[in-house]
Ligand binder design. Structure first.
Ligand code: SF4
Ligand code: SF4
Length: 85
């Protein structure tokens, strides 16, 4: 299923404020693997999920998450659908 979140510069700016300081983002160098951020729109990181150490997810406080009524979180690991409950 295609993501409901548009890949826009506005959403990217919001994303940077949440994925950027996320404890899972920098330690796993997700900024060095496409699609870099906005995983809820663009899908999971090219870094294999089994190589990403989960230190928590900041998505739940993000305006994009709230605007599009997303669920799941951890889009960098699980893709645009997020983590299954
Ligand atoms: S919900 Fe997560 S991946 Fe999506 S824009 Fe917000 S911080 Fe980024
Ligand atoms: S999608 Fe969630 S877990 Fe992944 S970097 Fe962004 S805030 Fe962190």
């Amino acid at each position: 299923m295609a993501s409901k979140v548009p890949d826009t510069s506005e959403n990217m700016e919001i994303c940077k404020k949440f994925c950027g300081p996320c404890p899972t983002f920098k330690p796993n160098q997700l900024n060095e693997h496409p699609p870099m951020a906005l995983f809820c729109s663009r899908g999971q990181s090219a870094k294999p999920a089994e190589e990403i150490t989960d230190n928590g997810c900041n998505c739940f406080g993000c305006g994009v998450f709230q605007n599009y009524k997303l669920g799941g979180g951890w889009f960098c690991i699980y893709g645009a659908e997020g983590k299954k409950a």
